[in-house]
Design a protein around this ligand. Structure first.
Ligand SMILES: Nc1ncnc2c1ncn2[C@@H]1O[C@H](COP(=O)(O)OP(=O)(O)O)[C@@H](O)[C@H]1O
Ligand SMILES: [Mg+2]
Length: 353
């Protein structure tokens, strides 16, 4: 294990010691938001002349995390198409380079087949959940803490009102909110109901752990969809994963077209106008259809709506890091559009997009 920041040279030296190979780094870096560094590089086995193109992920504990998670997934759901590591140490992992675009890139670019691909992407996740369903597990251990953190994130955000004044959400959470023409009551009550619903729901499945569409590559040669970045795999409520799949493009791609925030002593009125590109909408609709059978079995409307809201609240926090602060009011309005479903008990009927 290496303490502190890990340099490429250290990783290359470690790999050479551990596995008797040569490892060289390209200048090309792939950017994610996780904080690990992903390089392109080449691997040279000492006995052969061939160089193999690889992707080298470096970060504190990343090798340990990704290898352990891969074994766990493979043991319980061997058909889940996961990238297999080549070499690893505690702080690094080396994967074969997959040529092809991520599902995220393909959907955004509007590649005609991407509608079907995003639906397969969703179904592959759902098959993993189905194969690893666990009864009577208290999955939500740790989740209440996540909920508390989420509430803090939400309360710390500031929204600009119609006069350009910044208002912290905490200052207006006790007022009655109206969002895009629908009354949702006091924001703090909505937050409490969401937390209560999540504490009540209880089934556990093994999830990949980061269902963002950038974590699957459509491999050019085979045409297969292969998952990467599985280091957070763990037992969770399936709704947490469903929310991420269905709202990923809202969180990362929403384009606002102006909003208005009107405040009066008792109430808050938020009006937003956003634009979803039709091809992205089509892909998300296809994924929702693919998940429908699982939604029906796994979830109630109130549970899934709660997870949808919490997912978007957590994403609000990332907007800044992605340089997309401007999208805040739209994402907040989108999250609150699920509020009317919180009290219902029906199963898998609503439309979430
Ligand atoms: N084996 C691979 N082959 C080709 N590209 C990869 C591979 N692994 C990662 N990438 C590229 O690097 C990006 C970031 O990798 P990822 O493992 O998802 O890291 P992060 O934790 O930063 O999200 C991916 O979205 C993909 O574009
Ligand atoms: Mg990733």
């Amino acid at each position: 294990m290496i303490e502190g920041k890990i340099t490429p040279t250290q990783v290359a030296t470690l790999a050479a010691q551990d596995h008797r190979v040569g490892l060289s780094f390209n200048n090309k870096l792939y950017g994610g938001v996780s904080g690990d560094v992903v390089h392109e590089g080449y691997l040279q086995h000492s006995l052969s002349h061939d160089r193999q193109k690889v992707v080298i992920k470096v970060g504190p504990g990343v090798g340990n995390r990704e290898v352990t998670a891969a074994r766990r997934i493979h043991a319980q759901a061997p058909s889940f198409p996961l990238i297999q590591d080549l070499l690893s140490g505690y702080d690094y992992v080396v994967y074969p380079y997959l040529s092809g675009d991520t599902i995220d890139q393909r959907v955004r670019a509007g590649v005609p087949e991407s509608t079907e691909e995003f639906s397969i992407f969703a179904r592959l996740h759902a098959q993993l959940w189905e194969q690893t369903q666990k009864d009577g597990i208290s999955v939500l251990d740790g989740y209440p803490k996540k909920l508390e953190q989420t509430k803090e994130i939400l309360y710390k955000l500031a929204l600009k009102d119609n006069d350009g004044k910044e208002i912290p959400v905490a200052d207006i959470a006790h007022r009655d909110w109206r969002v895009n023409g629908r009354s949702i009551g006091r924001l703090e009550d909505v937050i409490d109901t969401t937390s209560a619903n999540i504490r009540k729901s209880g089934m556990g499945v093994l999830t990949h752990g980061d269902e963002g569409a950038g974590n699957a590559i459509k491999e050019k040669n085979s045409g297969d969809i292969i998952f990467i970045d599985h280091g957070s795999a763990g037992v969770r409520a399936p709704e947490e994963a469903i929310a991420k799949i269905l709202l990923w493009f809202d969180a990362t791609n929403v384009n606002g077209r102006g909003y208005s925030l009107n405040l009066n002593p008792k109430g808050v009125e938020l009006q937003t106008k956003e634009q979803t590109k039709p091809h992205i909408h089509r892909s998300v609709a296809a994924a929702q259809t693919a998940l429908q059978p699982y939604l029906k079995d796994l979830s109630s409307d109130s549970a899934i709506s709660s997870y949808m809201m919490v997912y978007l609240w957590r994403e609000l926090h990332w907007l800044e890091r992605r340089g997309r602060q401007d999208a805040m009011p739209y994402l907040l309005a989108k999250s609150l559009s699920f509020a009317p479903e919180l009290q219902t008990s029906g199963r898998g009927r609503s439309s979430y997009i």
